[in-house]
Design a protein around this ligand. Structure first.
Ligand code: GLU
Length: 323
């Protein structure tokens, strides 16, 4: 009989024991439109994770998707292993509110938080939209179903006493198309809940049609933050958008972008991803200007679903959570 070499014997042994020594875990992260911040952020995280692929036997890919609501639903269907989700929608999904009314998504798990997002309303200057009430009678893109901004726009209309069915014409187009449609005169304004700076707003302010950010009044912000625990006051920095009509930062309300997963995804995979990201925050911050604000501490804020056990394991090890 031909003698088997040691590596082959080892392989036979591991296979016999049910351990696949060569298994690679493939994970996909759902993000958002290509001109937002989720998509490049997903790319930045996967770059860090894939640098470790030999050591961890883990490979991450990124998908452009419809946004937060789409990502939650895909996580729950096991179509994605990771997804970027607004903190307000993480809360609503886990607690069975909003789009998930009466259907709490109990398998949803929080991994870590990333950048803050501002509910951003951008209008063509010639359509004279200076405040939220001025949107009445206009054509306003609130975002396609599946996006986070659609939910935030409807919350804002409700707080402002605007009936989206009767008082204005709403459109539901993807964020990547909104800037072009504003420039082409097909819409008067659009909503985007997004980190700054981002490609979509840059594209919108760079065209021939002048545009302005629409502020959300202090009264409305107070009403929204009092009614919903996940909203916070926010500001849009205008210096990141040369060409925009506004000269001062614009008040609005906002949320946080968070990385979510499902309780069906293994502890080992989420542990490795969390560890890699937290050990390379400085590099991550350099990969997109909206990520510049990240710290180990603020990356644990805005999480309302239970922590994924893999993330929790790393946070305990790193002394970021105690008890
Ligand atoms: N916040 C948006 C959403 O959940 C996506 C923003 C982005 O892609 O950066 O739909």
């Amino acid at each position: 009989m031909k003698r088997l070499s040691i590596p082959i014997l080892a392989l036979v042994f591991f296979t016999f024991c049910g351990v696949d020594a060569f298994a690679v875990d493939f994970v996909t992260m759902g993000t958002g439109g290509v001109t937002g911040v989720y998509y490049p952020t997903g790319g930045a995280i996967s770059k860090l994770v894939n640098q470790k692929r030999k050591e961890y036997n883990l490979r991450m890919t990124v998908e452009s998707t419809g946004g937060s609501v789409f990502n939650v639903n895909s996580l729950m269907n096991s179509d994605l292993e990771l997804g970027i989700v607004q903190s307000d929608l993480q809360y609503q999904a886990y607690n069975g509110q909003g789009d998930w009314e009466g259907k709490p998504q109990k398998k949803l798990r929080a991994v870590f938080a990333i950048h803050p997002e501002a509910v951003t309303i951008l209008a063509a200057a010639d359509s004279n939209i200076k405040n939220v009430a001025d949107m009445k009678g206009k054509v306003v893109n609130i975002g396609a179903p599946g996006t986070g901004q659609r939910v935030n726009a409807l919350d804002l209309f409700q707080a402002a006493g605007i009936d989206p069915e009767k008082d204005l014409r709403i459109e539901g187009i993807k964020p990547a198309e909104a800037a072009g449609m504003l420039q082409d005169g097909r819409i008067d304004a659009f909503f985007y809940t997004v980190g700054h700076p981002n490609g979509s707003v840059k594209e919108a302010v760079a065209g021939a049609r002048k545009v302005n950010f629409v502020p959300v009044s202090e009264n409305l912000v107070q009403k929204l933050t009092a009614e919903q625990p996940y909203y916070a006051p926010a500001e849009i920095p205008v210096n990141q958008y040369p060409g925009v009509v506004n000269t001062e930062n614009v008040p609005t309300f906002g949320v946080k972008a968070t990385i979510c997963s499902s309780s069906d995804v293994s502890e080992d995979v989420i542990y490795k991803i969390t560890k890699t990201v937290f050990e390379n925050i400085d590099e991550l911050r350099k990969l997109h200007p909206a990520l510049d604000v990240l710290t180990r501490e603020n990356m644990l804020q805005g999480l309302s679903a239970p922590l994924h056990p893999g993330a929790e394991k790393y946070f305990r090890e790193a002394g970021l959570i105690k008890k």
